[in-house]
Design a protein around this ligand. Structure first.
Ligand code: EPU
Length: 308
């Protein structure tokens, strides 16, 4: 990256894509698109107008350019140097439609988890109560098989519409063609999920509300709310709790600049002001090393890190 950012390749891209309708921006800061509010720009940020526009863009995009997808950035750290290549932002308006009927919910991957849970609840469909308080999109949840309070999204997936890069085309995957493990899925890194169908149990609305209330109370009692965080930073290692280990080491409140280990839950890190991505990543490395030194366990990131 030069002092003025990455080379602006948007004029060349536009020239090869005269029918493009979405928004194509050069050197656009990604920090406002993430919950941590840290990190540098995308060389190109593209917001497709709709699915056809996305397919047109990808068809004409030079193959050598790396492609990344961002939803609401609730589990993402972009490095301060930014990202060379193309970042695609799937907007809720174009990719966030949700419908719920019978025992199934169909959602565009840019739909917020909360919206999907609400749509399910109002159709007397249960199972997604735990999603009510998760601040991400259903696409992000799908990518990492997000879960809480004993449930994870993978258990309910019957179909995923995915744009695959080799060869470039849209495919419909059945749930049993995808493996869902703890905070891990078998999607390829460059698979772009566009929509998901979930099959869920029917449940009376009142019971669903009660479930939502219980999850929210548990969350409020143990996790920081309304702060710039990314949920848990580390995955729990088999049979152990990352949060408990970090807490036992007395690391709550440990800071690098404005990057801080939450006082409430030690596996949540906070941008308490003007932290940089470097501050966040230094804190993550520091905590990982301290845990490894004492417990002999190397914590794996749950948070996604993008570097140039
Ligand atoms: N604990 C501490 N100190 C802390 C945090 C936790 O001692 O600072 C202890 C708790 O008292 C408890 C144990 O560690 O005995 C486990 O803590 P908690 O119940 O909060 O669950 P967790 O394992 O830390 C996981 C998920 C959360 C999910 C909750 C509830 C991971 C990495 N985290 O947290 O998911 O909300 O269970 O089901 O699997 C996320 O993935 O981003 C996330 C927030």
């Amino acid at each position: 990256m030069t002092a003025s950012g990455f080379p602006d390749i948007t004029p060349e891209l536009r020239a090869t894509m005269p029918k493009l309708r979405g928004r194509l921006l050069a050197n656009e800061s990604l920090a406002p698109l993430t919950w941590f509010r840290v990190g540098g720009p995308a060389q190109v940020l593209f917001t497709p107008a709709d699915e056809d526009d996305l397919a047109y863009f990808l068809k004409h995009l030079p193959r050598e350019l790396p492609v990344y997808v961002v939803g609401v950035g609730s589990n993402l750290i972009v490095r301060d140097g930014g990202i060379s290549g193309v970042v695609i932002r799937l907007s809720p308006r174009a990719f966030g439609e949700v419908s719920a009927e019978g025992d199934s919910v169909v959602a565009g991957t840019a739909a917020l988890d909360k919206r999907v849970a609400e749509a399910a609840a109002s159709a007397n469909i249960g199972g997604l109560e735990f999603y009510f308080g998760i601040p991400g999109t259903i696409g992000g949840a799908l990518r990492m098989n997000a879960g809480a309070y004993g449930t994870q999204i993978g258990s309910y997936v019957t179909e995923v519409k995915v744009y695959r890069s080799a060869p470039r085309k849209i495919e419909i995957l059945r749930g049993d063609q995808i493996s869902f493990e703890y905070r891990h899925t078998s999607f390829a890194p460059d698979d772009m999920m566009l929509a998901v169908t979930l099959s869920l149990p029917s449940k009376p609305y009142k019971e669903i509300l009660q479930g939502i209330r219980i999850c929210n109370e548990k969350r409020r009692a143990s996790q920081p709310m309304g702060q710039k965080s990314a949920g848990c930073i580390f995955k729990n290692p088999p049979g152990a709790s990352a949060g408990r280990m970090i807490d036992e080491l007395g690391l709550k409140g440990l800071s690098v600049g404005d990057a801080r280990v939450s006082d409430r839950h030690a596996n949540f890190f906070i941008n308490a002001g003007r932290a940089s991505a470097h501050d966040m990543l230094t804190l993550i490395t520091d905590v990982r090393e301290r845990v490894e030194k004492t417990y002999g366990i190397r914590l794996e990131n749950e948070v996604m890190v993008w570097s140039a």
